[in-house]
Design a protein around this ligand. Structure first.
Ligand code: AQP
Length: 328
């Protein structure tokens, strides 16, 4: 059985970066795989969070999963901290991870850069991510470009553990979408579109109004050439806009390039805004219904129960393999 596990951190409001790199991909996967989509709140707290906002955002991310079309009858939707086995396996895997390899993680280097102090949890974050994946025996993990290195570490840890203690974990394969795996900031195509960017014009939120979407895309940086071409090397600003357009319109970059041959950036940007609005409007409507309903909490309760059941055998096997005393 092919199983997928993935999630979006509740570290800020959801934007179309996470939609393109994750949520949009989840939708395509739910029919083909046994899917576990979770809200990694334990990952969010590796950097300071406002407790009240974290609480609300965790619910919101789960509501966006459903509003975008994840069917809770097919997929298991849950909050990471509701299944204690994630933290427990995280600790066991930390005993197998090397200090040096964690220090080489690009995301850690970026997130700790220029900070006087960072939490030790930020340093061990990729090990918890490995635990999330291995605990549920995920065979496939959809990841954005930026998460490739963490998945490589997950595979290394699984292999190291299996070699040392006997086969316990499935070795997961990455699924990197050909389009949407890197959506960069609207203000700077060298930086990933991130929830934690303080510049609100750098991203389009899933909750943005049509007016805000038009404004933000209108202000998105371009070059002065006036040629719509998909070429990340030479035209990162335009390539990023094509990437966003391709995700929301379900078209290839080549088809978009073709259509805007000889047309300037004005109409191109207007059409992107229309396409983003067309995708987000129904999601926003459903989100409004779900977030206000009791159904969401029922879905999360059921999801946590199912995820805990799926986790228990692997956790027990991992503990027993390491020689920890078990009573069953
Ligand atoms: N801009 C993006 N382009 C493509 N994929 C992206 N993802 C996130 N942003 C982009 C992918 O979405 C999944 C969930 O990511 P996450 O929210 O758990 O963590 P993140 O990548 O750290 O997201 P942010 O927005 O940058 O959060 P902050 O600012 O809090 O660190 C992942 O598969 C990710 O690749």
């Amino acid at each position: 059985m092919k199983r997928v596990l993935s999630g979006i951190k509740p570290s800020g409001e959801m934007n179309i970066g996470g939609y393109g790199g994750a949520l949009h991909q989840f939708l395509a996967m739910q029919k083909e795989y046994d899917c576990y989509f979770f809200v990694p709140d334990l990952h969010a707290v590796t950097v300071p969070q406002d407790p009240r906002l974290l609480n609300r955002r965790s619910k919101e991310i789960a509501a966006y999963y459903i509003a975008a079309g994840i069917d809770p009858k097919q997929a298991t939707i849950f909050i990471q901290s509701h299944v204690a086995a994630h933290a427990e396996l995280g600790w066991l895997l930390e005993t197998q991870a090397h200090f040096g390899e964690l220090g080489r993680m690009t995301q850690f280097k970026e997130k700790s850069h220029g900070k006087d102090t960072v939490s030790s949890a930020l340093f061990t974050y990729p090990v918890l991510m490995a635990a999330d994946i291995l605990l549920h025996q995920a065979t496939h993990v959809p990841v954005g470009d930026d998460q490739k290195q963490h998945l490589e570490l997950t595979r290394d840890l699984a292999q190291r553990f299996n070699n040392r203690f006997g086969t316990t974990f499935a070795i997961p394969e990455p699924i990197i979408p050909s389009i949407g795996s890197r959506i960069m900031g609207l203000d700077d195509p060298a930086k990933k579109m991130s929830k934690s960017n303080p510049n609100r014009n750098s991203y389009i939120l899933l909750e943005d109004s049509p007016e805000d979407i038009r404004k933000k895309i209108g202000r998105a940086v371009t070059d002065s050439e006036g040629i719509v071409r998909y070429d990340w090397e030479r035209k990162p600003e335009i390539s990023n806009l094509i990437e966003i357009y391709a995700v929301v319109a379900g078209e290839s970059a080549a088809a978009i390039e073709q259509r805007y041959r000889g047309v300037g950036y004005g109409p191109f940007k207007q059409d992107i805004a229309d396409a983003v609005i067309a995708v987000l409007t129904p999601i926003q409507r459903r989100f409004g219904e779900i977030i206000a309903s009791d159904e969401l909490l029922t879905i999360l309760r059921n999801g946590a129960e199912k995820a805990a059941a799926s986790a228990s055998a692997t956790l027990r096997n991992a503990k027993a393999a390491m020689g920890l005393l078990t009573l069953d």
